[in-house]
Design a protein around this ligand. Structure first.
Ligand code: URP
Ligand code: ZN
Ligand code: ZN
Ligand code: ZN
Length: 458
């Protein structure tokens, strides 16, 4: 078995921080300590570098059929880009087609990801049609390691389920020990506002934002938490953006309910003023939309308060030509923005380097908490003996600039074009293999494995 020794790095986990060596044999970490008296087949000098667990992005949409097109990163290009940004595992969404089975959808997604992914991946199952047939399939999915079930409270006619289906799904998932997640926005209200804006000839990207005011998210977040509380299921809100929605979660904690919360990097660092650009606003048309500065402050505080456990991306890239499907009507712009490659570096630069969050909080929200919530801990999400050797070396002071000309995502623009960041991903190791070094990919198509997940252990 090949061995790899990382010498003298600052090894940071959610509960430890010390300068030491990490020894890997095959795919696994076998020893951690100061000046380990060993020789290895390959040694990397990590002096001056921070070593964190491989990033886990639990919210990505690869090669996904959506709004009349497909997201532009495949499982190959998306997971490769993720590796370049220090994310070694992603959880992608399988979408049930309404009127069809969960199994059919899973088979379709496996067909796209198996043998093509470069980094490790798992799946959430998005239940878009909960009925007696779907109900029977829940436990089969859990047995296959797909333990989280996504619901959409918006996108009526395509993905949205109603409250009757929500309660039924939650009861069934609770019975088998899984987790229910939600895109928590009020779909009916949003559709009404979209229709009103279109009827009034208000068609620019700004009206995408104005069709999804904070109340649409706060209302649905509260409703989701309430139904989850009634059913007793483990609940998780994806891509939470705003103060009103987080206050609903805060309210739930007052009755001793725990609702897990994910925000995404863009909601921490970008704001709604970008929608005023009638052309480039399309680049940040996503749902929910970007919010105000006060919401960014709420989210940063929520991370430090432990109310927000995860920072993902909701990576859902579209080429500019695809975005231009909506050049005359905001409601036809495919929703989503590319970030899979930049989450770890943006959060390091804007969060750790500025002092908003600690390095240990950084590790929690970029890997450890997701591993625990989604049933991959301690195989993933930490640096400990017996864990997968998924390790990221960060050069903490190195400056670099984001550009579509140099990123690895299959998309021809960047929402962060020209941003200068502090702290650069230097080397990425996935299951014991150097996957990225010196800006080069060292593992190929098909190296990524499907990660079978267990139950929430948080
Ligand atoms: O705009 C977004 N978020 N696109 C992807 C689908 C979703 O709602 O997560
Ligand atoms: Zn079918
Ligand atoms: Zn969503
Ligand atoms: Zn999403």
């Amino acid at each position: 078995m090949a061995s790899l020794l990382l010498k003298n790095g600052r090894v940071v986990t959610a509960d430890s921080d010390s300068v030491c060596d990490v020894l890997v044999e095959g795919e696994t970490i076998v020893a951690i300590g100061r000046n380990l008296p060993v020789q290895a087949d390959q040694t990397i000098d990590a002096t001056g570098k921070i070593i964190v667990p491989g990033g886990i992005d639990p919210h990505v949409h690869l090669d996904m059929p959506f709004m009349g097109t497909f997201s532009s990163d495949t499982h190959e290009t998306g997971t490769r880009a993720a590796l370049h940004g220090g994310t070694t595992t992603v959880i992608d969404f399988v979408l049930q087609k309404q009127g069809h089975s969960l199994r059919e959808a899973l088979t379709e997604w496996q067909g796209r990801a198996t043998g093509t992914a470069v980094g490790d991946y798992s799946f959430h199952m998005a239940v878009t049609d909960f009925n007696p047939g779907t109900k029977e399939e829940i436990q089969d999915m859990i047995a296959e390691g797909i333990t989280s079930f996504k619901t959409f409270m918006a996108y009526k006619g395509a993905l949205m389920i109603d409250d009757a289906q929500m309660v039924g799904l939650m009861q069934e998932v609770k019975k088998h020990g899984g987790l229910v997640t939600a895109h928590a926005t009020n779909g009916d209200m949003i559709d009404t506002l979209i229709a009103q804006h279109r009827a009034a000839g208000k068609l620019t990207p700004l009206y995408h934002y104005l069709s999804q005011p904070e109340v649409t998210e706060a209302e649905a977040s509260g409703r989701f938490a309430d139904i989850a509380n009634y059913t007793g299921v483990n609940a998780y809100i994806v891509h939470l953006t705003c103060e009103g929605a987080l206050n609903q979660v805060r309210r739930a904690t007052e009755r001793n309910q725990r609702v897990f919360v994910e925000t995404c990097i863009q909601y921490l660092v970008l704001d709604a003023s970008l929608y005023e650009d009638e052309v480039n606003g399309a680049k940040v048309v996503m749902s929910p939309p970007l919010r105000e500065k006060k919401d960014q402050a709420t989210l940063w505080a929520g991370i430090n308060q432990g109310l927000v456990q995860v920072v993902g991306t909701d990576h859902c890239p579209f080429m500019w030509e695809q975005k231009m499907m909506g050049k005359d009507d905001f409601s036809k712009i495919p929703n989503g923005h590319p970030a899979i490659e930049h989450r770890m570096e943006l959060l390091f630069s804007e969060g750790v380097a500025t002092g908003k969050i600690s390095l240990q909080k950084y590790v929690e929200v970029t890997s450890t908490n997701a591993a625990k919530i989604f049933g991959m801990f301690p195989r993933k999400g930490t640096i400990s003996i017996g864990a997968d050797a998924d390790l990221v070396l960060i050069d903490p002071a190195k400056k670099h600039t984001i550009s579509a000309a140099t990123h690895h995502m299959n998309v021809d623009y960047s929402a962060y074009e020209g941003w200068e960041l502090t702290g650069k991903i230097d080397t990425v190791i996935l299951r014991g293999q150097v996957a990225v070094q010196g800006g080069e990919t060292k593992v190929g198509r098909g190296y990524g494995q499907f990660i079978k997940r267990g139950k929430t252990a948080f």
